[in-house]
Design a protein. Sequence first.
Length: 277
Amino acid sequence: MDTKYPLAIPVKAGMDVIKKFRLRSETSLRDNIKNYQDFSEVLFSAHAPIDVGGQRLNVAATDETFRNNSINRINRYIDDCSIFPNVSQLNLHFGYKFYEGQEGRYDYHIDSIRNIAQHASSYGIEVVLENLISYWEANGISDDTDWSEVDWEGKIEAFGMDPNEWIQMCLDVNMSNVSLSLDSSHVCTYAHRFAEEDRDIKINQFLSRPELIKHVHWSDNYLYDLRGRSDSHLSVGKGTLPVGFHQEIKRLDATILLEHFYSVEELKEELIFIESL
């Protein structure tokens, strides 16, 4: 069984590798898409920026000025994407409930996504909402701290990290050009909030509404040891996410980015593994 659409890899892999393996590509959150006009024929999606002036964007911010600056930063990036004829999806990070003294509100977040999606619709671009990581390291949680001892109240926390909230926010936005983007490595960092025997159940909750998932950042991670608290972004097949989970991702009616590139040889191994699923 093949994926529904050709797989993509990051632009950093280079055009020669992308073309050699007949893949597509996506710009990363650190790339300025205007610098990749030579990749126009292979770029089918772009990652929205995550900062403005060195400060992390927050489209949910209670600070109205900063919230609007965040929205405008993303909308300007959508304008930049419009010159690329094949770019039809914008991968967007959720805003934050708490981040470095800032707070966010759910209703502000929903309105902001609608604003961004309305702007994107004028270019025929779909906005796909990516589940974010659990910020173990950024919150100063040591590996010696058991999952059951962590109080997440007041810590750095994004909206849409919990699978139920991730899905509900997409439903609450309720716009035809807004869907979900599944990041499988981020899913693993969330699952580490729970006992080892419950983690399979937790990751599969992200697949409970497959019809809403229209984009994937596919990579592997460590589901059963502490390394999985980090956003490892291993090549698919190099970690311990269950084979069944990978098989379900492969079945999705979604565009898929292999969100990493380490070497041509490792890419070959990864594609062989994916073919075997």
